[in-house]
Design a protein around this ligand. Structure first.
Ligand code: SAM
Length: 210
């Protein structure tokens, strides 16, 4: 399997980025058979359901060179690994509270030669660093998530986006968003960018640090 689906939606990739995305299939196939980081029945859908889904954030916002981004609860590296390939001059810290998942991330990142990514075994709450942005997917409800990261933002912003959170969410979000009591939430449907059934119910949720 190759990264042709990714190239379809991101036509300006460099030869190195294409090679890195191509390498991911075999790497995840191998590592996932030893340490489960994505559902085994999903491995054939790696490019659509994991890599392209992660890159949905990049359709909304382009991280800048030198910015610092934390991926909370990265598991096997989503969305952090695909974003670190796409934004090679942005610094990514991938965090997970399960050490063996971080081992997979480090193996994959080393194999594809990612120099802008560091993965650490830690609870997000315990990370003592400040970031421009936090990204995440499938970790917990926003009401419980935001307190983990609320004191971890630098002041600042880029264009329409003040430093804050880009969270990949699916399904009916009304109740979750209202119980979170977060202000200035923006929802971006990924069906506006990616044409397949999988993305019909998927969103990027953005809110500024508050
Ligand atoms: C369902 S997995 C999602 C993994 C990945 N983001 C993805 O979408 O494939 C949730 C992950 O969050 C991690 N996690 C849960 N609470 C955490 C916390 N407080 N700090 C860091 N990681 C956490 C779990 O260990 C688990 O790997």
């Amino acid at each position: 399997m190759t990264s042709s689906l990714i190239q379809q939606y991101f036509p300006d990739l460099s030869a190195q980025q294409i090679q890195q995305f191509d390498q991911l299939f075999e790497l995840y196939q191998t590592w996932n058979s030893q340490i489960n980081v994505i559902s085994r029945k999903d491995i054939d859908q790696l490019y659509e359901r994991h890599i392209l889904h992660s890159l949905g954030i990049a359709k909304i916002f382009s991280f800048l060179p030198g910015q610092h981004v934390m991926d909370v609860g990265t598991g096997g590296g989503f969305p952090g690994v695909p974003l670190a390939i796409l934004f090679p001059e942005t610094n990514f810290l991938l965090v997970d509270s399960i050490g063996k998942k971080i081992k997979v991330v480090n193996e994959v990142a080393t194999a594809v030669g990612l120099k802008n990514l560091k993965a650490v075994h830690s609870r997000a709450e315990q990370v003592d660093q400040k970031f421009d942005f936090v990204v995440s997917r499938a970790v917990t409800k926003l009401k419980d998530f935001y307190p983990w990261v609320k004191d971890k933002f630098k002041k600042g912003g880029t264009g329409d986006f003040k430093n804050g959170v880009f969270y990949l969410k699916g399904g009916d979000l009304q109740e979750e968003l209202s119980e979170s009591e977060l202000k200035n939430i923006q929802l971006f449907p990924l069906s506006d960018y990616f044409k397949s059934e999988f993305f019909e119910t998927k969103y990027v949720v953005y809110f500024p640090a508050q």
